[in-house]
Design a binder for this molecule. Structure first.
Ligand code: HEC
Length: 220
């Protein structure tokens, strides 16, 4: 068992320690310092922030690559992807699509999503000829810059994810526009088996018969 004398000593040394620490803290508080965008007597322009050297670019913000960031090659909509599309990227695209596009464009891309059913302007089906033929860079541009009544997603979806979505959109387009004869016998067998199981996929019937039902709009 500790004596009173011993525990008193412990308390005393703790107190001394605390006082010493408090002293340090005070020093840190009182030291001369500038606050961001404050006033300075020292510099001729009285700003304590120093202006950036002309043409400074924040690290990682140069966004030089036209293909990656704007979907363009030599000023034209890119016909290719800026990086290889793997199964993982396609899966990511599918998830992002379900979050960001499906509410309006529907799971099949026919433009009759849940938001549209509640009053939003109906987008064209992605299975009309003009959009079937649209290059990946064009779809990337629509996501990045918006299109007519559709607002842009440049703040919400990062660049790589936008490309992943484009890949999924193009996959969806192919799924609605591939003839049974174009499949290998193995693929056809899989399809028949899936249909027999009542499998709910995006394939099968043409998306709600909506293709072409929407008045065509010229791209700008
Ligand atoms: C809030 C509803 C909404 C969401 C969400 C939405 N869109 Fe759209 N989208 C529209 C509408 C409406 C149009 C037709 C705009 C017009 O013609 O004024 C459109 C048009 C398009 C077009 C066709 C452009 C053309 O040339 O006709 C593409 C491609 C497209 N959207 C892709 C996407 C993708 C990809 C996403 C997800 C990242 C997405 N949209 C999310 C409403 C939406």
């Amino acid at each position: 068992m500790k004596s009173f004398h011993q525990s008193g000593l412990v308390v005393l040394s703790a107190l001394v320690g605390a006082l010493a620490l408090a002293g340090c803290r005070q020093d840190m508080h009182d030291q001369p310092k500038y606050k961001a965008a404050g006033y300075s007597e020292f510099f001729a322009d009285h700003r304590n922030n120093r202006p950036l050297v002309p043409n400074t670019v924040a690290r990682g913000r140069l966004n030089e690559d036209d293909h990656l960031y704007r979907g363009k090659i030599d000023g034209k909509d890119a016909e290719s992807y800026p990086f290889p599309i793997t199964a993982d990227i396609l899966q990511r695209g599918r998830e992002r699509f379900a979050i960001y596009c499906q509410p309006c464009h529907s799971p099949q891309g026919d433009g009759n999503g849940i938001v549209v059913q509640r009053g939003m302007k109906r987008p064209p089906s992605w299975h009309i000829e003009r959009l079937q033929k649209a290059p990946p860079g064009y779809i990337f541009g629509v996501i990045t810059n918006g299109f007519g009544a559709m607002y842009d997603y440049s703040e919400r979806i990062k660049v790589e994810d936008r490309w992943a979505i484009v890949a999924y959109v193009q996959t969806l387009q192919a799924s609605q526009n591939t003839k049974a004869e174009e499949l290998t016998p193995a693929e056809r067998q899989k399809l028949t088996a899936a249909a027999a199981m009542g499998h709910e996929g995006t394939g099968g019937t043409k998306a709600g018969g909506a293709a072409g039902a929407h008045d065509e709009k010229k791209p700008h």
